[in-house]
Design a protein around this ligand. Sequence first.
Ligand code: ACO
Length: 332
Amino acid sequence: MPNNTRQAGIVGIGSAVPDKILTNADLEKLVDTTDEWIKTRSGICERRIGTDQTAASDLATEAARAALASAGMGAEALDLIIVATVTGDSPIPSTASLVQHRIGSPRTPAFDLSAGCSGFVYALSVARGLVASGLHTNILVVGVDMLSRVTNWQDRTTCVLFGDGAGAAIVSPVGEGEGILSFCLGSDGSRGDLLRIRAGGSRLPASAQTVQDGLHSIEMSGREVFKFAVRIMGDAAVEALEKCGLTPADVDLFIPHQANIRIIEAAARRLELPDEKVFINVQKYGNTSAGSIPLAMDEAYRSGLVKKGDLVVLVGFGAGLTWAAAALRWAM
Ligand code: ACO
């Protein structure tokens, strides 16, 4: 029987983004917007967009291979694969199963998880529990989204915000006092209509009419989501820290969901964190949904901004509405 005594942590990370860059100047040609408006209101300068041939499993597979290489591990060592996404290749099969096949991890169990932009941290919490319990040992956790595929490119209030990207982590047993310390997860389904895609599921299956009515792309009440995000980012981070007996003053690096620079800055102010402790790459990628946090985490690590023993806090929010924060003692 599992003995529930193991500490779990991230032992490898990687990420992937498409090559194609879509700049604010490009968007000025598509909708009634300006580079100045997008930068001031969101902090975004450019984002990556997949070609017609790219699907979520392509980015997920590339990020997974990078994470395995960073862990010095072969795909055959994995005993579970979780892919957090809301834009998988297709409803069936799961994107996780496609990744399992493509990385060559024979017969490894694999499933998708849906929690919007909070998905990666949700998946990390599942992985942490399964490794800690002894049920699994090496789990690949991927966050990937291609929101470009569900964006209404005529809607200036949303199309300027999103991009495509993926990040991956290997969660395995680590030493005492290291690794993933605590989480704060939540959801408020009463506010689900603030951020939604109306058609394409069992409530309103795809039809010629739903396509004609434009019901297959993201609709968002930006101002309402903004207010929610500003409050929840700080609250969730503080709660995750409290659960492991720490405070914002202990944090070495804060890696928030990269949705909007003003939301990130508000959360950092709430936590009283100086600029150098807040990782930001929203200017380069926009909001990559479930890909955002692991992509940021990978960049922070590769830039030398996080080292073994550092206290890292991840926090995200998204469709659901959902939120998720994690406190980690960096183990790589
Ligand atoms: N270019 C120019 N003007 C614009 C644009 C644009 N791209 N978009 C909106 N505007 C206009 C609006 O129409 C409005 O005009 P009005 O005053 O005449 O009505 C004005 O700009 C201000 O609009 P607001 O919505 O009040 O602008 P705000 O400062 O709130 O910024 C934004 C909008 C960037 C969407 C912000 O609300 C936000 O970031 N919200 C959070 C969104 C988010 O993070 N969502 C992701 C959730 S995660 C997931 O799961 C995908």
